[in-house]
Design a protein around this ligand. Structure first.
Ligand SMILES: C[S@@+](CC[C@H](N)C(=O)[O-])C[C@H]1O[C@@H](n2cnc3c(N)ncnc32)[C@H](O)[C@@H]1O
Length: 233
């Protein structure tokens, strides 16, 4: 997939751009938020984590510092070049076949909202396929109202501004979202497809993959811990 573009995804600005429109240099600049705290609270200490769509390691690095063993997967070699302290695997998540299972599989960055249901099935299949029977899958979902009342902007800690400019329907159930990242010296944009999922649709998609919600981890219900569905006795 590297070098290609995912349908409906585009990025502008300096440096390498991933197939889903993310700028590598932007992710190098973006500070980490509360993701490592949420993850650390939800999983056993020193767990083996498979992180899907790791980018440059914005979340990976704090997890490694906190004693987790991380395998970072991304389809962008330029992103993975920046990852330190973790094993890296380059390729599309939906084709992942590592032949091993992990205590925790992490699918962050709203990737579960991909516009293409086949890709979503592939992502969740990869989660189920690589999680230990007694392990868990952590998934980050969009917050309610993410596509409403736009444009909206917020400051980036340490400087800069992220502005969600628009979210327009492109076909039933799928939206095209345009985001700008503005710094005093540079500007990046990303356009990507998103499929909003009601809680019911999200849980149905999990069930189809053989996963079920164990807990909603945050008050806004954006972080979810899912576990494999137990079959038989
Ligand atoms: C929005 S960035 C977030 C990176 C990182 N999770 C973070 O929070 O900083 C999404 C990353 O996922 C990767 N990605 C998106 N879809 C992918 C797929 N289907 N297979 C492999 N990598 C994917 C992109 O290349 C990009 O590096």
């Amino acid at each position: 997939m590297s070098g290609q573009v995912r349908e409906g995804h585009q990025g502008t600005g300096p440096g390498a751009i991933t197939p889903d429109g993310c700028a590598v240099e932007l992710y190098e600049r973006l500070p980490v938020g509360d993701e490592p705290d949420v993850i650390e609270r939800a999983v056993p200490a020193r767990a083996r984590i498979l992180e899907l769509g790791s980018g440059v390691g914005r979340v990976t690095h704090p997890l490694v510092e906190r004693g987790f063993t991380v395998t970072a997967v991304d389809e962008s070699p330029q992103m993975l070049d920046r990852v330190r302290g973790a094993r890296t695997v380059c390729g599309p998540i939906e084709e992942l076949e590592l032949g091993e299972r992990f205590d925790v599989v992490l699918l962050g960055s709203f990737l579960v909202h991909t516009g293409d249901p086949r890709v979503r099935r592939g992502l969740l299949r990869a989660c189920r396929h690589h999680v230990a029977d007694d392990g868990c899958v952590l998934i980050q979902r969009e917050a309610a109202g993410r596509h409403e009342n736009l444009p909206q902007e917020r400051e980036i800690a340490g400087g800069g501004l992220v502005r969600v400019v628009s979210s327009e329907p492109v076909r039933p159930g799928v939206r095209s979202v345009h985001v700008e990242y503005v710094f005093p010296d540079v500007r990046w944009t990303q356009t990507f497809r998103s499929r909003p999922l009601t809680t019911e649709a999200f849980e149905d998609a999990l069930a189809e993959a053989g996963l079920t919600v164990d807990a909603y981890l945050t008050e806004d219900r954006t972080w979810v811990r899912a576990v494999p569905v137990r079959t038989g006795r």
